[in-house]
Write a protein of this length. Sequence first.
Length: 285
Amino acid sequence: MERVAIITDSTACIPADLATSLDIDIVPLFLEFEHVVYEDGMSEDTSAFYETLASAKQPPTTAAPAPGAYASAMLEAGERASSVLAITVSSQFSGMFDAAKQGMALAKERAPNLDVRVLDSGAAAMAQGFVAIEAARAAQTGGDIGMVLRHAEALKPRVQLLVSLHTLKYLGRSGRVPRLLIWASSPLRVKPIISFEGGKYRAIGLARSTDGAMRRLLQALDQRSESRRLHVCVHHTNAPDQAAELMERVRSSLQPTELFVREFTQLMGVHTGPGLLGFAFYSEP
């Protein structure tokens, strides 16, 4: 039996093959679009999704997993492990942390001897995913729940998310970051560069073209990498060609230890819209 099982949710954007190899259980979110309920991350046809999103009269509604879904995932994981660690997206963005804690209470009612913990990653996308991956890698060494939790907590302040938005239209709909909406009224077609680290977001610059955004993103990544062993996930929304180009620029200029590309799930794309480019990353100490 495993000592520690790791659970996270679909907002972590962990590639399916990597989640499988590390034995990470993914709890899906859901979105309702045009009266149809979709499981987040299951559709491969993102171009059709974004075409529909652009023309829809009403944006999709999104829903976090219910406490019962977390409880079920925890109990299922507990069948192969003596303890379970659930890692959620930042509580600043969603109620998933609270839902996971409620799910933990439900799971403990049914399995009192199962050691379940819940950790707010303080991050999103693969910045959250890296925290889950670090926990899973620690678990595979045979560490107990305390050691695995310490590894995850130690990584939390180092993970960062850095993105360029093609448009503020979709973020404006969500109302998540109203301070940035001042750019929405600009007569210029600008692409804001936004960082999210330590549970806080901030605007760090503007670009007027996709190539300019790539240059600014790479410059910011280089400054934050501190010439240490770098782990990078290139993120995008319905921009695979630009993401592949950005990945090659990262590979040639920074030689990261770990590098891959992952598209935002559709639920996250509801809030950002198409054309997002950026990185989730951290440097080893």
